[in-house]
Ligand binder design. Structure first.
Ligand SMILES: *Cc1c(COP(=O)(O)O)cnc(C)c1O
Length: 386
């Protein structure tokens, strides 16, 4: 039974997601563009998103094909395999336990190796481990990855016994294939030179090891062509227009998720009356307030300030009072004064097609990533496939 009584839904427009993928991939035609679908595809539903991308690979049109997916940890990858996804899945945090290597081998997951414990497991597995190996190097994110010296040493000594040194250079044919990976920490910023340094270091290492490499995330793909590697890792730009961020003029990305709800109550307030918990807002003049059936229990941020826009009837109305668990209140006085009819049951949009999630994020002192990933499980995802 798919009956849902409440109108609160996240509408997921899959054709727009496929279009965003093509546009982003077209910026880097010489790279393979991995679709990052961790955290339930940034709240959009990883299985549905992966199925749509995988199905698009079979289209006869000359479209860029998705080569692989990426998730944060093995459990996310297993869920995708169990749902029938067949493409390779890169596991960005790699193994947490030794037996994760067996699972990776069994399911064709590509593991990231970024710490010494994982490296030891890899060495222990020896020749039995044959799936694609990724090594992470820390070029300034300071979160995961081997330091540059450390990695060079690992290559020379532990990884792999098969390596022979000739005139101080690593012999390529003896090294098990691996992809060198690093993560950009500030690629949205096009004025500082941190990213240039990270690019330089990664390229130098890839040359030294004569291996494939992967560096660019969405912001790298958009802002830093020099960061393009054999593999790019496309996340957020699959899902949103990145409004208010500088984007490449030649591509127009589209918001994939529209979070919507409906009005369930309307009331008039006298001057001085307060709305919601803690009386953080009082009517300065006679006002009309509408209550909308969505709250922080659905992932609408409690930190959203008074004045955060909510879209309805081709207009916006400001949020007033505090966000509750299941409801918010909006001031529709101006709309009523414009003779716009507003009734119980009317649809409102919290973000999406008509209201950039980036705008809401700025009112809530957060970022698009957080708002999208925090849409809670109780909000039904409704998929549009054309
Ligand atoms: C999440 C993630 C990405 C994708 O980043 P976006 O900014 O969403 O494009 C790429 N690489 C790694 C290691 C990640 O964790």
């Amino acid at each position: 039974m798919n009956y849902t009584s409440r109108y609160t839904q996240a509408i997921i427009n899959l054709p727009k997601l496929l279009d965003n993928y093509q546009k982003m991939a077209s910026l880097a035609p010489n790279s393979q563009t991995i679709a990052v679908i961790k955290a339930d595809a940034y709240g959009h539903g990883a299985i549905a998103v992966a199925k749509a991308l995988e199905a698009a690979n079979t289209c006869p049109a000359k479209l860029t094909k998705v080569p692989a997916f990426a998730v944060a940890f093995i459990d996310e990858a297993i869920a995708l395999r169990k749902s029938g996804i067949t493409l390779p899945i890169l596991v960005l945090e790699g193994a947490f336990q030794q037996c994760d290597l067996n699972i990776a081998q069994q399911y064709n997951f590509w593991l990231m190796f970024h710490n010494k414990q994982q490296l030891q497991w890899l060495l222990d597995a020896g020749d039995t481990f044959t799936t694609n190996v990724w090594f992470k190097v820390d070029t300034g994110m300071s979160r995961l990855g081997f330091q540059i010296d450390e990695l060079t040493n690992i290559m020379k000594t532990a990884f792999f016994k098969k390596i022979t040194l000739k005139k101080g250079e690593l012999e390529q044919e003896t090294i098990q294939q691996f992809v060198l990976c690093s993560h950009l920490s500030d690629a949205e910023n096009i004025t500082k030179d941190k990213t240039s340094q990270q690019i330089k270091q990664t390229l130098a290492l890839a040359k030294q090891f004569n291996c494939q490499y992967s560096l660019a995330n969405s912001a790298g793909i958009i802002n830093w062509p020099a960061s393009y590697g054999d593999w790019n890792r496309l996340g957020i730009a699959l899902y949103t227009s990145l409004a208010i961020k500088p984007t490449v003029p030649s591509i127009q990305l589209q918001p994939v998720m529209t979070l919507q709800s409906s009005i369930i109550s309307i009331r008039k307030l006298a001057t001085g009356a307060s709305v919601g918990y803690g009386e953080i807002w009082q009517a300065q003049h006679p006002s009309t307030i509408a209550t909308v059936a969505i709250g922080y229990g659905d992932g609408y941020p409690r930190s959203a300030k008074v004045g955060t826009p909510v879209y309805l009837k081709n207009e916006t109305a400001p949020l007033v009072g505090r966000v509750s668990m299941d409801m918010i209140t909006i001031d529709i006085t101006d709309l009523i004064n414009k003779n716009i009819q507003i009734n119980i049951g009317d649809k409102v949009e919290l973000w999406g097609e008509n209201l950039a999630v980036e705008t809401i994020a700025s009112y809530a002192d957060t970022i698009n990533y957080e708002l999208l990933t925090r849409v809670s499980a109780r909000v039904p995802r409704v998929y549009l496939s054309h």
